[in-house]
Design a protein around this ligand. Structure first.
Ligand code: BG6
Length: 479
């Protein structure tokens, strides 16, 4: 059913995500006049607050986390907020919550950003109190389970109350402008698609490097590790966008149909094709940082780094490795995709002494949003001693290309799409399950082999084995 919600109910409204992302994103949408004038936002969580208390909480969060260039309309935004405390583990409080939400004129959008253990009781409570009708849609924040089995349990519980077309699974990477730009780059330009295949591409690298460590998320992170925290969702979504066939239009079904085909075509990974690591004390940007065990306060064999050589088994990508790596406490924060093209089939410059370097496309997702394509060019000169060719970059810095347009928080787009009911940038159940299936198989291999993470110094690019993983194939990570 198509409707623009005039009620937004936020579960986990006093949590970390709400403070850092959800409230600032909603307030930024307010500042740009993008929120439905009738929209009321109701927060709920365990904390015993009243409306005024929640508005104060939100004001403080906005002061702390709102980007400087997006401040404005705060008072108007705070006026939309109200709050109802709730213990979601029992049905008791849900009727009061429903009363607080009131009767929406057009519809209700719910956003669940709570511990996964609360998903099932919350859905039951919503059903019990009449908050799961046809004019209600639900957004679910990760983690959606810890493996395929638990993810299916969550998905089944949600499906008992919300059909797939009213279920919005969030992967905040899909809300990033530069990630969406991948689709524009691939499908709005004639020059890339004819080359986008095994005949012309040697390999692809996807790096998501972070400088942060545990950030106090002790219990969550130690149970998840890098593969479940970053690869199962964000990195596989990036891979799917790079590898998918052209969809016939920009529509939720068409795009998600193509992504899921890629995810299902991922080959089972051998243990020799993965490397895991855990950081030890070191320095980031000149500041000393403790090791993972010290931050955690106990020994652990959770991986904070993972590198994987993946393959997509289909015609387009036959024999093209996708090298993925992600880790905490790496030397700099960078998310980028590198598409390494093959050499030209024959160099007419070879007997003039010129060396050729194959073209390379680097798509910077963050912090720099840029696209850089390295081309070979002739070095100026009279060439008496041979022709010299050199790589020159064709650089496009997105902020320069679109001056005056501000950078949006990924959740702005996702929250607005949830309110308005556009599922294109949300992950469908079959995608999540294909992602888990692949990741579960890797984890099963690790445990069958008794694989333990190798150590790396905080501030380095991970264990040396990760470098060897690529170098064995003559590939160097882009750094
Ligand atoms: C989250 C992970 O999903 O993504 C975090 O749980 C990680 O561990 C974060 O730090 C990275 O997001 P971004 O947008 O900062 O790249």
């Amino acid at each position: 059913m198509n409707f623009t919600a005039d009620r937004l109910l936020l579960f986990g409204a006093t949590g970390d995500l709400a403070q850092r992302m959800l409230l600032p994103s909603l307030c930024a949408l307010e500042a740009d006049g993008l929120l439905n004038p009738d929209l009321k936002i109701i927060g709920t969580a365990r904390s015993d607050l009243d409306d005024a208390g929640f508005r104060n909480f939100a004001r403080e969060a906005l002061e702390k986390f709102m980007p400087d260039d997006r401040r404005g309309s705060v008072a108007q935004f705070l006026n939309r907020l109200s709050y109802q405390p709730l213990d979601a583990t029992t049905l008791d409080g849900f009727n009061d919550l429903a009363e607080k939400v009131g009767e929406p004129k057009d519809g209700l959008a719910i956003f669940l950003s709570t511990a996964p253990s609360l998903f099932k009781p919350t859905i039951e409570g919503l059903q019990h109190s009449g908050l799961a009708g046809e004019n209600v849609r639900i957004g679910l924040e990760k983690p959606l389970g810890t493996d395929l089995e638990t993810s299916c349990e969550i998905n089944d519980a949600v499906a008992a109350a919300f059909p797939e077309d009213r279920t919005f699974r969030i992967d905040h990477y899909l809300g990033k402008e530069t990630v969406q730009n991948l689709l524009a780059l691939r499908f709005a330009n004639i020059m890339f698609e004819p080359l986008w295949n095994a005949a012309h591409i040697d390999h692809v690298q996807i790096t998501v490097a972070e400088t942060v460590g545990l950030e106090g998320r002790v219990a969550f992170y130690d149970d998840a590790g890098a593969i479940r925290d970053m690869v199962q969702n964000h990195m596989l979504q990036l891979l799917a966008l790079v590898a998918m066939e052209p969809p016939s239009n920009f529509d939720a079904t068409a795009i998600r149909d193509e992504k899921v085909k890629v995810l299902r075509a991922l080959r089972h990974v051998e243990d020799s094709e993965t490397v895991t690591g855990q950081y030890r004390s070191g320095a980031i940007n000149g500041d000393a940082v403790p090791g993972y065990d010290d931050e955690l306060g106990k020994d652990s064999d959770t991986e904070t780094f993972v590198a994987i050589k993946a393959h997509v088994d289909n015609w387009r990508w036959k024999g093209v490795p996708f090298y993925l790596r992600t880790g905490k406490r790496l030397p700099r924060r960078v998310t980028e995709i590198v598409v390494q093209f093959r050499c030209v089939p024959h160099s007419i410059f070879a007997d003039k002494g010129a060396k050729m370097t194959p073209n390379r496309l680097v798509i910077g997702i963050q912090p720099e949003e840029n696209v850089s394509f390295t081309l070979m060019a002739k070095q100026p000169g009279l060439d008496r001693e041979g022709i010299r060719l050199r790589e020159v970059p064709l650089d496009i810095a997105m902020p320069d290309a679109f001056i005056g347009q501000h950078r949006r928080i990924a959740y702005e787009r996702l929250l607005l799409d949830l309110i308005e009911g556009d599922q294109t940038l949300f992950v469908r159940r079959d995608e999540v399950e294909a992602q888990w299936e692949w990741v579960d198989a890797i984890r099963a291999t690790w445990s069958a082999q008794g694989m333990e993470p190798k150590t790396y110094t905080a501030g380095s690019w991970g264990p040396s084995a990760a470098i060897a993983l690529a170098e064995r194939d003559g590939v160097t990570w882009n750094e």
